[in-house]
Design a binder for this molecule. Structure first.
Ligand code: CAA
Length: 384
C-alpha cells in the first residue's frame, strides 16, 4: 500500500470497525425494510466523535485528518450505507463549509452542535430542474431590511426531514450567473421552511431524501454563509470534500460485498467442491480485489493531498468516479457469485447492490466527474 497508516489511523479504524460491525450492522437489514432513520446510531457516533471529524476541537470536532475520516466512513459504510451517507454529508458539505466560510458567531451557534453530533445538518443545492447544472437554479433570496426572503424548492436533500439546520443556496442576483448565488444557514422551525415530498428510493432506504420548500422564508442577513455571491464556490468546495466521502462509502460497501462473496464461495459446494475451487470464481475474486485496491489508492491519494493543503478537486473527482463505478461492478459480481440466493433479501449482497446504485449519481454523476477532471487538466489550475 502506498500509504503507511500511523498507529493513530489504525486505532481509529479499529475503534470504528468494532462499533460498526457490532452496533450499526445489527439493524441495517431491518432498517432497509422499515426505512427507519438510524437516529440512535448518530447519537453514538456523535459521542465517538464521528460527526465532525475534521473540525477543530474548539468547534466541537476531533481535528482528525482526512485519511482517518476515509477509514472511519468506509467502516460505517461496510455495515450500513444509509448511515454512512448521512455521516458523509454532515462531515463534509455541512461541517466543513461552516468551518471554512462561517463567521465566529455562526460557528459557535451552528458548527459546535453539528460537529459534536448533537444535531444533523443538510445541504440544499439541487432543484427539480437544476441537478448537474446548479447554476441554473431558480431559488431566490431577496434582501428586505436586515433580512433575506428565500423562495424556491430544493430536491433530493439528504436528511431533509431529520436535519435541524439547512445550508441552502439561492440567487441573490439573477444577472451574475454563478457569482449571483449565495448560501444561507436556515434552522428548521424557521417560518416558511417546509419539508416536502419524501422519496421512495431503490436503496439507502433508512436515509431520508426529501424536497425542502421555501415559501417567503425570512432569515437574518447574518445567516448568510460567506459573502454575497459565494454560494456556488461554497457548494463546489464542499463537494470536493464530499466526493472523497462518496468514494470512501464506495470502498466500504465494495469491501462488504467482497467479503460476503468470498465467504459464500468457500462454503457453497457445486460439482463436488466449494465453488471457490473453480477458476471462474477465483478469477472473479482476483478482479474484485484489484478493483477495490485501485480505488483505495485513489481515495487515499486525494485525502492525503487535502491533508497537505493542496488543490485536490481533480483527484477527488477521480477517486469518486473510479470508486463509485467500481462498487457497482463489485456488488453485481457478488450477486452473480451468490447465484439465485444473491437475488433474495435473505442475503446482504442484494442490499449492497441497490445501495451502491446511486453512488455514480449523487454528489455529481460520473459524467460530471469526467467534466471536472478534464476541465482541470485542460485549463490552468486554481490556487489552494
Ligand atoms: N472549489 C472552489 N471553487 C470552484 C471549484 C471548486 N472545486 N470548482 C469551480 N469553482 C469556481 C471556479 O473557480 C469558478 O469561479 P470564478 O469564475 O470566480 O473563477 C466558478 O466556480 C465556476 O467554475 P466552472 O466554470 O468550473 O463551473 P462550471 O459551471 O463550468 O462547471 C460543474 C461546474 C463542474 C459542472 C458543476 O456545476 C458541478 O459540479 N455540477 C454537479 C453538481 C453536483 O455535484 N450536485 C450534487 C448535489 S449535492 C448532493 O448530491 C448531496 C447529497 O445530499 C448527497
Amino acid at each position: 500500500m502506498l500509504f503507511k497508516l500511523t498507529d493513530e489511523h489504525l486505532m481509529i479504524q479499529n475503534m470504528v470497525r468494532e462499533f460498526s460491525r457490532k452496533v450499526v450492522a445489527a439493524t441495517a437489514m431491518d432498517r432497509d425494510k422499515s426505512k427507519e432513520f438510524p437516529a440512535d446510531n448518530f447519537k453514538q457516533m456523535g459521542e465517538l466523535g464521528l460527526m465532525g471529524m475534521m473540525i477543530p476541537e474548539e468547534y466541537g470536532g476531533e481535528e482528525a485528518d482526512t485519511i482517518s475520516y476515509v477509514l472511519a466512513l468506509s467502516e460505517i459504510a461496510y455495515s450500513c450505507a444509509s448511515t454512512s451517507v448521512v455521516m458523509s454529508v454532515q462531515n463534509s458539505i455541512v461541517c466543513e463549509s461552516l468551518n471554512k466560510f462561517g463567521s465566529q458567531a455562526q460557528k459557535e451557534e451552528f458548527l459546535v452542535p453539528l460537529a459534536s453530533g448533537e444535531m444533523i445538518g443538510a445541504f440544499a443545492l439541487t432543484e427539480p430542474e437544476a441537478g448537474s447544472d446548479p447554476v441554473s437554479q431558480e431559488a431566490t433570496a431577496v434582501k428586505d431590511g436586515d433580512d433575506f426572503i428565500i423562495n424556491g424548492t430544493k430536491r433530493f436533500i439528504t436528511s431533509g426531514k431529520h436535519s435541524k439546520v439547512v445550508l441552502v443556496t439561492a440567487k441573490t442576483d439573477e444577472t451574475k450567473g454563478h457569482k449571483g448565488i449565495s448560501c444561507f444557514i436556515v434552522p428548521k422551525g424557521t417560518k416558511g421552511l417546509v419539508v416536502g415530498h419524501m422519496e421512495d428510493k431503490m436503496g439507502l432506504r433508512a436515509s431520508d431524501t426529501t424536497d425542502l420548500i421555501f415559501e417567503n422564508c425570512r432569515v437574518p442577513a447574518a445567516n448568510m454563509l460567506g459573502n454575497e455571491g459565494d454560494g456556488f464556490k461554497i457548494a463546489m468546495s464542499g463537494l470536493d470534500s464530499g466526493r472523497i466521502g462518496i468514494a470512501s462509502q464506495s470502498l466500504g460497501v465494495a469491501t462488504a460485498a467482497f467479503d460476503a462473496a468470498v465467504k459464500y464461495a468457500k462454503k457453497r459446494k457445486q460439482f463436488g467442491s466449494a465453488i471457490s475451487k473453480h477458476q471462474a470464481i477465483r478469477f472473479q475474486i482476483a478482479d474484485m480485489a484489484v478493483q477495490i485496491e485501485a480505488a483505495k489508492q485513489l481515495v487515499f491519494s486525494a485525502a492525503a493531498m487535502k491533508d497537505r493543503g493542496e488543490v485536490f478537486t481533480k483527484e477527488a473527482s477521480m477517486a469518486k468516479l473510479f470508486a463509485s463505478e467500481m462498487v457497482n461492478t463489485v456488488t453485481a459480481r457478488a450477486i452473480q457469485m451468490h447465484g439465485g440466493y444473491g437475488f433474495t433479501k435473505d442475503y446482504d449482497v442484494e442490499r449492497y447492490y441497490r445501495d451502491a446504485r446511486v453512488f455514480t449519481i449523487y454528489e455529481g454523476t460520473s459524467e460530471i466527474q469526467r467534466i471536472v477532471i478534464s476541465n482541470n487538466i485542460l485549463r490552468d489550475k486554481r490556487k489552494p
